[in-house]
Design a protein around this ligand. Sequence first.
Ligand SMILES: [Zn+2]
Length: 265
Amino acid sequence: MDCTRVSLSVATRAPTGQTAAYVLGSDGALLVDPAAVTDTLDETLAERTVDHIAVTHHHPDHVGAVERYAAAHDATVWCRYGRAADFETATGVEPDRTFVDGTTIPTADGDVTVVDTPGHAPEHVGFRFTDDDAGGTPAYLVGDLAVAAGSVVVGAPQGDMRAYVASLRRLWARNPETLYPAHGPVIADPRETCARLIAHRRDREDRVRDAVHGGARTVGDITDAAYEKDLSGVRDMAEATVIAHLEKLAVEGQVCWDGAEATPA
Ligand SMILES: [Zn+2]
């Protein structure tokens, strides 16, 4: 199946300032993450029929042009089962159909399979397809699950660190050839990237746990102890990340966390 990537300039806190929309299939295609209306995306879509539109998750830098392209192509709009109301709030469109893990979306070039990948956002999904560009091997659109360099935000209250790490582990186990992320370049070494992202979370988690065991109690103090870099401009995201780690550690019985103060378990 053909996979066409179109980079769109959007208001995003991703360092690239861009979100990649993807078109899977050359006819009866599935459009994923139409974040904005652009001439390039219009031209790409004019070359084929678009039968389906879906998003990896509901963040504003992924959904901005769902309404416009759904109307322009009279496409079936899909969303995660159980998330229809949130989807409509985010996109302005009432979904026509819902999917769950394993649902197939048919294009004229074959099926695309929905894969649950929660963590970055609760409704986050990926899309598995057969990749013509890589000799017909399995590939995944991974939205904000993975990036080639750096990391994505997994922050409370939306982000769930346990779910995020589990999603990365499942993707590692599936061992695809290629990952197509929403931000940054295409990922040609999925296992190495998943392992790097899991190790990054484990390192941060160790620092958060050590900070609590070392006497830090508040999110501010734990954040100061868990990060070495200058956090100006990103402190809110760092603190949201620390809370997500504390929630994971609390569920696992490694710290006590009451929403305001953390103490050793
Ligand atoms: Zn996102």
